[in-house]
Design a protein around this ligand. Structure first.
Ligand SMILES: Nc1ncnc2c1ncn2[C@@H]1O[C@H](COP(=O)(O)OP(=O)(O)O[C@H]2O[C@H](CO)[C@@H](O)[C@H](O)[C@H]2O)[C@@H](O)[C@H]1O
Length: 493
């Protein structure tokens, strides 16, 4: 099959979070199974150009219709760790992707509406006719709309769309101007509830709702989250839309790329290891302590948090986890970045306050290399999310023998099984600790059990970590599931 992925991120060249990992990892798996896969991405000024090989011009005169005129774009092509990627660079005063950031601009909706339009225009003009267009999150929600309302009539009638939602919280809103800019026009048509009109704001069109209504198949990133999104407020107002479209909606658990996230071959960690030489992990722990200038004390476990610092991630519990760990005599390492000024200020303040404490380190910012050392060096990783569509950090933790302590939401439920209380799996299949409520006591109940096991029954703790390492969370199974979905939409629509 010929598959084109269209997204706003692809790790490691463009990565703000888990979306980037998934776009890269899934593409690699699909290619490994004999499919042709290409990616279309924005050409941001701030992406990691050092991860692109052989960047060359691929299509220099792409004219993208926009507001009744057209914007001149160049398309460049290069390899990102083996994946063929096309980068779209518009030449216009808006400088859509030369903003020094991936997201967070006031006109994000216009930036990505333009990107979606440009991606389709590139396919059309360069005569690319993939079997499947797989697009991701709100940034590309308008793609199936434009495909079926415009491009279908210009020679793209056989393309089918799979749309994957990684986070319902960010849906992308626009007004009449978005319809004008993209040449969709006809507000009286699109502003209907079964089309693009937002379920709550009658004056807005909703990009994600558009994607759900127009794509041939819609997925989210874990089976449990697919249920949550339809039946609770976690669908952020799209529950009803999903319910109406339930025949084409499902949850496919993400995988992680074991070429990149694998302690046996990871080139960012000083000592490679696996479950049969698990003791080597302690050298990474030592290296982590040295790197972050933590006290070199073998008698303490290291507990880590890695992730964006925002309300989704349960920041109040992240904060509590830090002090609870210290109170229990453990060390704590946090790697995270906050986009919200108040949350950023809070953790900056904590960092200063704890500056002289030899048992804690807060690294505020994005640091891919350091994240690998933390996964390899820590004993436990805490993921106390308010909601979590899938969650990759617990899966990476498992692979690195770093025991996850998670709240029972979203994909965390599908991947972490409580050592003491899981009812469905025998003890030798369990791999971490799970808590349910959103308060400090709930977090403590799980963290306390984990830390106590580390201190009191180290052999048992090691056994638990190794059981986690044996889990297969690779892209193997999810890759096959996506191919089934692609086949289904290719033959049934
Ligand atoms: N400061 C930092 N420095 C270095 N690396 C950092 C970092 N902060 C995060 N990372 C890395 O970014 C990734 C984050 O994965 P998450 O599952 O937390 O994704 P996120 O919530 O962004 O995305 C959404 O999409 C993904 C993918 O579908 C879903 O798993 C998730 O539930 C959903 O919220 C991991 O690879 C992690 O190591």
């Amino acid at each position: 099959m010929y598959i084109v992925q269209i997204a706003s991120e692809c790790a490691p060249v463009i990565k703000a979070g888990g979306l980037g990992d998934v776009v890269y990892g899934l593409s690699r798996e699909l290619e490994g199974r004999g499919n042709t896969v290409e990616l279309i991405l924005p050409m941001y000024d701030c992406m990691r150009y050092d991860h692109i090989w052989g960047l060359h011009d691929a299509y220099l005169n792409l004219w993208v219709p926009w507001y009744g005129a057209a914007i001149h774009c160049s398309v460049y092509c290069g390899w990102v760790h083996g994946r063929v990627c096309f980068f779209i660079q518009p030449h216009c005063e808006d400088n859509f992707f030369n903003r020094g950031c991936y997201y967070g601009c006031n006109d994000d909706n216009m930036r990505f509406a333009f990107f979606s339009k440009a991606a389709l225009e590139f396919l059309l003009q360069s005569n690319k006719r993939p079997d499947i267009i797989h697009c991701h999150d709100w940034q590309t929600g308008l793609i199936p709309v434009m495909l079926y309302e415009i491009y279908k009539y210009h020679g793209m009638e056989y393309q089918r769309v799979c749309y994957t939602i990684h986070n319902f919280k960010h849906q992308g809103m626009g007004g009449v101007e978005t319809l004008e800019a993209t040449n969709l026009n006809r507000p009286e048509y699109y502003f209907q509830y079964d089309k693009l009109r937002d379920n709550f704001n009658p004056f807005a069109i909703n990009f994600m709702k558009a994607g759900i209504n127009y794509a041939n198949a819609v997925t989210t990133v874990s089976p449990n989250h697919a249920i949550e999104a339809q039946t609770s407020d976690i669908g952020c107002g799209l529950g009803h839309t999903l319910h109406l479209q339930q025949n084409k909606f499902s949850g496919v658990l993400n995988g992680i790329d074991y070429d990149f996230w694998n302690p046996q071959v990871d080139r960012y960690i000083p000592n490679n290891y696996n479950w049969d030489d698990f003791e080597i992990k302690t050298y990474n722990k030592k290296a982590l302590r040295e790197r972050l200038m933590l006290a070199d004390d073998d008698q303490k476990p290291i507990i880590a948090y890695i992730g964006r610092l925002d309300n989704q991630k349960g920041v109040h519990l992240v904060h509590h986890a830090m002090y609870y760990a210290l109170g229990k005599g453990a060390q704590f390492v946090l790697l995270g970045s906050a986009t919200e000024p108040a949350i950023n200020a809070h953790f900056q303040h904590e960092k200063q306050f704890l500056n002289n404490n030899p048992d804690v380190h807060l690294e505020l910012g994005f640091n891919e290399e350091l994240s690998h050392l933390i996964y390899a060096g820590a004993d436990m990783i805490v993921v106390p999310s308010n909601y979590e569509p899938c969650g990759l950090t617990q899966m990476i933790g498992l692979k690195y023998g770093t025991v996850p302590i998670v709240r029972a939401v979203g994909g965390l439920v599908n991947t972490v099984f409580d050592r003491d209380y899981d009812q469905n799996l025998p003890p030798e299949k369990r791999n971490g600790y799970v808590f349910y409520e959103q308060d400090n006591q709930a977090l403590e109940s799980a963290m306390g059990r984990a830390i106590d096991l580390w201190y009191q029954q180290p052999k048992e703790f090691k056994q638990l970590a190794i059981q986690g390492m044996r889990y297969d969370n690779s892209w193997n199974v999810p890759g096959a599931k996506y191919l089934e979905i692609y086949q289904w939409i290719k033959h049934h629509w």
